[in-house]
Each structure stands twice: as C-alpha cells, then as structure tokens.
Design a protein around this ligand. Structure first.
Ligand SMILES: [Zn+2]
Length: 436
C-alpha cells in the first residue's frame, strides 16, 4: 500500500469495498474463545466483573489486539478504551463503533464481545481490502455496561455522554464489599490522581456516527432465518428500589391480626408490578422483580424488612412512566393496608428511549443489500451503550442472530457465519459513513 500523500487519489467505489471485504471468522472465533478464559467462573460460563483482575487482563488483551491492528490506543479516567484509525481528513468527526467486554456472573462469551472483537476484525478487513478512511474510524470498548459491581448500567457510555450527576455520584459510590468506585478504578490503573471524572465527557457531535454490533439476545432473527437486524429504536429502561419495614417477631407468637409483615408487602407489590405492566395493553411493556430480599431471613421469623428491585421497560416513555406511577401508588396503598412502612421508593434510573438516526439506518441497510444479506428492521428490547451514545451522536445498531435468543447464560452462542456477516455489514457501514 502506498502511503497517503494528501489527496484521495484512488478512492474506491463502495462496491469495490464490498467485493474485496474478507472477514477472518476463524480468527475472530479464536479471539472470542481466548477472551472468555479471563473469567472468575469455569467454562463455558463467563464472569468478568468491572476492575477485577480478570477484567484488567481482558482489557490488556483488547488493547494488544487494537495495537496489532495498527490503531492508536487511549484510555480515559474510567477505562473506556479507544482505538483509532486516523483518516486522511483527521480533523473531521470520526465514525465510531464499539460495545463492552464485561460479563455478569455465569453468563456467556458473545454479549458485547462480538461488538468489540468484531469491530477490530472489521477494521482489519477494511485494511486488507485496501480501503483508506476519510473520516477517522474509532473503536470503543466501554467500561461496565453491566451493573453488576456498582449497580450502574452503561457506566462508561453514560459518562461519555456527559453524565454530570453520575460523575458526582461516583465519588461516593461503593460496591457490596464497601470498596469505593474510585479505589476500585485506581486498583485497575485508572482515575489516577483525579476525583473529577468530567474529563471523560465527550462533546455532542464529537462523532459523526456511532454503530454498535451486538447479538440480538432474542429469538426473532434465528426463527425467521434473517441474517441482519437493523435496530430502529432502543426500549427505555427504568429501575426502582423499594424497601418495606414492619415490626417482625416470632413466627409462632405473633398472631396474624397483629402482624405487619414486610415480606408479604413485598410479595403483594411484586404481583402489582405484573398487573400494572399487563394493564398497559402493549406487548412492548415489560416489568420484572429480579431481586426480593427478606430480613432477617429465618424460617421462624416474620420478615421485618424487605427489599425489592424492579425493572420496567417500554419503547414508549410515557406509557412506561404511567406504569412506574401505578407501582408507586400500589406501594403506598400496600404499606398502608398492611401497617408497614414504605421506607424507600427510589427510582434509580429512568432513561428515555433512543431512536436510531435515519442516516445510519440507511447506511446499514445499503451495506446489507450490497452484501446480499437478508435484513429486517427491529426494536432492541435490551438496552445497550448505544442508548447513551445516542445522546451525543447519531446512532444505529446491527443485530446478528444468536442461538434460541439465549443471553446472559453460558449457552449463549452465535455462529461464525452470522458473526462474519455482522462484521462485514459493520465494516461496510463504517466505510460508507467515513467517506461522507
Ligand atoms: Zn451487551
């Protein structure tokens, strides 16, 4: 390859790029398998928690591959990793892609990882094809998409998108072992001598576009035999923490009329969540009580405290907020009826949904057509870093099929053919956007 001399002398037409794109799916699979060994639980499960030793090793693995791909690598104060391929007009806003490599306990090896390792392979494929980007291309490996350690999902992308409140809150956030976020970050080599995380923020329109490649985490593409999902919107998640308190007491001695059982209040609220979600009348409204804890947790003791965590989502923000309001009203009514105290009803996050940008959707669609891949438009019901990147950049997502829609479990699987298709579409989409 000749070095670029200042002008795009032989800028190849898009069809030339699509014809000469070859994805090395075997190597990609090997890298996915290697990355999965950085885990705190035995294979086939993967457990990789933010800033743990295994997370640090996995990060090193990613940075190494970015270096081998010829990218310049930088990290910010919370450990978002950026790999940049400089375009021949480097002052233009870059086209970015990326996802995450952290994994909840006992999950699989494809969630997020396909969008990071696949992005590196997309860049490698573009380089092999002889493509030269006009706008720079950038890969981001986001810190802590999963909320496992500090209870905050998409921590890295929320901060990138200018999460001022979050930056403040992180100064006093601690994990279940009482280790502070900043100490944990420092343990992993980040946030060195600064408590101020505002250096992580990126300005709006810092990127020309952001595209995330991800497994669908649902069964639709596989069931319908479609290769590529083009995401048009990401559902809006909200999470709520609720605490009830009662007097507790001996399971034998306290008679039923005299009880104010915090456990039963929680049970009743869990059923109310289901009822209010179903009342919305839309298949797109969902609600889950994934955590329900009773204190003191003994068979012969009436629960004196209960703790619930509720997740509710919709693609319609208003409809979802109506559900939250009804859950709140139920919590108050249940506490009153049972003479328990509703000691906390806290909305932890209440994010708005995100719509994909038309220009990005069109680029993904054009790439899929050029590559003769079947595709369909769909909604992402799981949230992703893209939800937050949409606040500062035009955004789009590419889904690929995964086995039975399994995710967040060891059986998670995507075929090398499906991954290769996704990587090709990503590469061609980035190439198209890079030349705009
Ligand atoms: Zn993910």
């Amino acid at each position: 390859m000749q070095d670029f001399s200042g002008y795009p002398i032989d800028e190849p037409p898009h069809s030339f790029i699509s014809n000469s794109l070859s994805v090395d799916a075997q190597t990609l699979q090997k890298q996915i398998d290697e990355l999965s060994t950085f885990s705190d639980t035995p294979a086939p499960s993967v457990t990789r928690i933010l800033y743990s030793d295994k997370d640090v090793l996995a990060r090193r693995y990613i940075k190494n591959l970015m270096g081998l791909a010829g990218l310049s690598v930088r990290e910010d104060a919370v450990g978002n990793i950026f790999g940049r391929w400089e375009g021949y007009e480097p002052e233009l806003a870059a086209v970015a892609t990326g996802s995450h490599i952290d994994a909840i306990p006992y999950s699989g090896k494809y969630d997020g990882v396909v969008g990071v390792l696949g992005a590196i392979e997309a860049i490698n494929a573009l380089k092999r094809s002889g493509f030269k980007p006009k706008r720079s291309l950038e890969i981001i490996s986001f810190t802590s998409e999963e909320p496992t350690r500090f209870g905050i999902s998409c921590l890295g992308s929320r901060l990138l998108a200018g999460g001022e409140e979050l930056a403040k809150a992180l100064k006093t956030t601690a994990d279940g072992q009482n280790m502070s976020f900043l100490d944990a970050a420092r343990y992993a080599g980040y946030a060195k001598d600064q408590d101020d995380l505002s250096s992580v923020f990126l300005k709006k329109d810092h990127y020309f576009g952001f595209i995330e490649l991800h497994i669908e985490q649902g069964p639709i593409l596989e069931e319908e035999g479609v290769s590529i999902g083009i995401v048009t919107a990401i559902a809006a998640p909200a999470s709520i923490k609720v605490d009830f308190e009662g007097n507790g007491g001996h399971a034998g001695a306290v008679l039923m009329p005299n009880r104010n059982d915090a456990g039963l209040a929680a049970a009743e609220l869990a059923l109310a969540v289901e009822k209010h979600v179903l009342e919305s009348g839309s298949i797109d409204t969902v609600g889950t009580v994934g955590i329900l804890e009773l204190h003191p947790g003994a068979i012969n003791s009436i629960p004196s405290k209960s703790h619930l965590e509720i997740d509710t989502r919709d693609i319609d923000e208003k409809r979802r907020n109506v559900v939250i309001e009804k859950i709140h009203e139920s919590a108050i009514a249940i506490a009153r009826k049972r003479k328990a105290i509703l000691s906390e009803f806290k909305i932890i996050n209440q994010d708005p949904p995100a719509l994909s940008e038309k220009s990005i959707i069109e680029a993904i669609e054009a790439a899929s057509k050029e590559l003769n891949l079947t595709h369909k438009f769909m909604i992402s019901r799981a949230y992703h870093d893209s939800l937050f990147m949409a606040r500062i950049s035009p955004m789009g997502m590419i889904f690929i099929p995964c086995y039975k829609g399994y995710s967040h479990r060891p059986e998670e699987y995507a075929s090398t053919q499906d991954m290769a298709n996704g990587v090709k579409v990503l590469a061609l989409t980035m190439a198209k956007l890079s030349l705009q």
